[in-house]
Ligand binder design. Structure first.
Ligand code: AMP
Ligand code: MG
Length: 311
């Protein structure tokens, strides 16, 4: 499928799966509440989970916010296009528009996208097809990962479940391989989700960053902060390299052996490996626990949430 066709489908309110450098997204016109509602239905995703809005420029991002602090400018200049999502105060309909039914203010992001929050999560993706798609559609694109809620994210077009998206734009394997770093700049900078960017690197640019407290079980679910997420169907065990494994047919994934030795290369290979092993009907997948260093934080976070036994 061509980018032009994909863009026309987005403008017509359809869902299109498209490549980004992190994982494949399931995209809809972020300004069209009915189109965005189809994302939640297709994924089985609770409406309390806000979506990331993908933009093609810093200017488009700014236009969707009511405040763009210096830290946002600094980080966008350094990391965009790239695997960093910034959460900022959302631009609201102006007084003249309110009360007239639909918010008469494109470019205002409707409440369904942000789960009713007064904030919006924004990212400019680094995949050329993603940028071309947003540009050709002429609208911001709301997109979570193109998988059923809490399952493994797709890192190739072939991973995107057929039932989820009738239209898939194929852009090859995702280069980064795990979901973006999510940072809130609404109040004091707060990390909501680890990704591949080491936190000290961000802190060297904007100063100290707090870690968000994990929500209690049963409380309002924030996607990516949900304790079980990113799960393969096969039980995944997070173990030390020499630990005993359960009975039955399984596979070890050790760092620097079956898996790459560096965090960036490991992240790029992780979901592809889990998708492949998931197809083999194994009793277990044992994964060697990565070090607790800033470089590995994103990978460790995903493995913890995918693990059957939380260590
Ligand atoms: P995903 O399920 O990969 O699409 O995850 C979306 C990520 O963005 C999660 O980590 C959410 O917590 C975060 N997110 C999206 N919108 C917001 C928002 N308005 N406020 C806070 N976090 C958000
Ligand atoms: Mg997801």
């Amino acid at each position: 499928m061509s980018v032009e066709r994909a863009a026309a489908l987005i403008r017509a309110g359809k869902l299109v799966a498209f490549p980004t450098e992190t994982v494949y997204g399931l995209g809809a016109n972020a300004l069209d509440p009915a189109a965005v509602a189809r994302i939640f239905e297709a994924k089985g995703r609770p409406r309390t989970s806000p979506l990331i809005v993908h933009v093609d420029s810093v200017e488009m991002a700014r236009s969707l916010t009511s405040r763009w602090p210096d830290a946002a400018e600094t980080l966008a200049r350094r990391y965009w296009p790239g695997p960093l999502t910034l959460v900022l105060p959302k631009r609201r309909p102006s007084g003249a528009d309110s009360g007239a039914g639909l918010p008469a203010c494109p470019p205002c992001i409707p409440d369904i996208v942000t789960a009713g929050l007064p904030t919006v999560a924004l990212r400019m993706p680094a995949h050329p097809l993603a940028l071309e798609l947003i540009r050709a559609a002429g609208v911001p694109i709301a997109a979570p990962s193109a998988n059923r809620f809490s399952e493994l994210s797709p890192t190739t077009a072939a991973h995107v479940p057929e039932a989820l998206a009738h239209y898939v734009l194929d852009g090859g394997p995702a280069r980064v391989g795990i979901e973006s770093t999510v940072l809130s700049l609404v109040d004091a900078p707060t990390l909501l989700r680890h990704g591949v960017i080491p936190l000290p690197e961000i802190e060297s640019l904007i100063g100290p960053v707090q870690l968000a407290a994990a929500p209690d079980a049963g409380s309002h679910e924030s996607p990516g902060m949900h304790p079980r997420h990113y799960c393969p169907a096969t039980p995944l065990l997070l173990l030390a390299a020499g630990d005993p494994t359960p009975a039955g047919n399984g596979e070890w994934l050790r760092i620097g052996r079956e898996m790459p030795a560096t965090a960036r290369e490991y992240a790029a290979a992780l979901y592809e490996t889990l998708h492949r092993l998931d197809g083999r009907g194994l009793a277990w997948i044992a994964v060697e626990r990565p070090p607790e260093t800033p470089e590995w934080a994103g990978v460790l976070d995903r493995l913890r949430r995918a693990a059957t036994v939380l260590h």
